[in-house]
Write a protein that binds this ligand. Sequence first.
Ligand SMILES: NC(=O)c1ccc[n+]([C@@H]2O[C@H](COP(=O)([O-])OP(=O)(O)OC[C@H]3O[C@@H](n4cnc5c(N)ncnc54)[C@H](O)[C@@H]3O)[C@@H](O)[C@H]2O)c1
Ligand SMILES: O=C(O)C[C@H](O)C(=O)O
Length: 350
Amino acid sequence: MFVYKMCSRIARVSYIARRLLSETKTKKHTVAVIGAAGGIGQPLSLLLKLNPGIGELRLHDIVNIPGVAMDLSHIETASKVTHFTEKSSCAALKGGVDIIIVVAGLPRKPGMQRSDLFKANAQIIFDIAKNMAELSPEAILLIVTNPVNSVIPIACEVLKDAGKLCARRVIGVSTLDSVRAATFIAELTCCDPRDVTVPIIGGHSGNTILPLISKANPKVSIEGEKLMKLIKRIQEGGTEVVEAKAGKGSATLSTAYATSRLVFAILRAFGGESNIVECAYVKSDVHPELNYLATPLILGQNGVEKNLGIGKMSECEQKLFCELIPNLKKDIEDGEKFAKEALCNTKCEK
Ligand SMILES: NC(=O)c1ccc[n+]([C@@H]2O[C@H](COP(=O)([O-])OP(=O)(O)OC[C@H]3O[C@@H](n4cnc5c(N)ncnc54)[C@H](O)[C@@H]3O)[C@@H](O)[C@H]2O)c1
Ligand SMILES: O=C(O)C[C@H](O)C(=O)O
């Protein structure tokens, strides 16, 4: 009788555990895309609509969003598509969302640097971060909008001011650099790009993008001028696309793919999968001079679970890293300065 009771208890506990586990695994998440009608926003929303881990897809833009949402809503996947047309992102963030993806803002034209977008895009990020602090402070914030190097510090300053900063949940999307690095290396080594991983550190602009080819997996033996050309091509991949599009915007399709790769990695981490590594640009204490830095990160249920840091670099990479520090520092300072002034102005207006 005792053995029978024990067995039935164990069976019941294991049934509950399995149910809980399967509920966590299949939990549906709410994802908001801000700037969803744009060049990146539309293909990104399409990719998100196909992910069964998303229960509600909230689409916000200041133009053209009802049509985009209607179009997507006809796809026979379970996620619900809702849309928000107001100028502010408030309604889209109300009630708490799990992941906010920001693709709102101007893209580059030929001849521009990403930092030239600062003036147009800084205020957009400032406003969204304010709304997030008030309405969805627990969300993971992914910012794609450029200049990533400066707008992540803006978002962090705004959230900090509101007492809502959880730095492991604020992520600058630099996944496209990893995607490009794998593609360009595979072109040179004639392998499948999906088998290639390369840590990308620094930031997401010009020489601040530093691919650590010495740590590529599988190992590659590219040296000398060929190596420098490869690094330059990864750093200037965005410009390659801007020039090819000749004034009609920057990378949209590859960015949508790269962003969805990061979002899906986070959803897998939400589901309990461990050891998911992606490189991204985050608030960081890895280097004494740079309080924001892209490095490989382990993703977990709360965003960044562990920062894997830089590790050992080759001599050439160390030199390139030293060269990027002043540029990245300046980008970070621009963002912090803007946020502090804008916060001060908002308080004075009240
Ligand atoms: N991090 C990366 O890897 C990466 C890659 C490519 C592009 N980008 C950046 O992403 C941003 C978007 O690029 P895109 O090609 O999609 O541009 P886009 O002009 O095609 O789309 C931007 C969208 O944002 C909307 N928008 C503008 N202000 C808004 C606001 N306040 N609230 C909501 N929506 C707003 C616009 O109406 C537009 O639909 C640019 O800043 C670009 O530089 C980043
Ligand atoms: O280059 C740009 O302006 C867009 C983006 O940052 C990219 O890397 O393609």
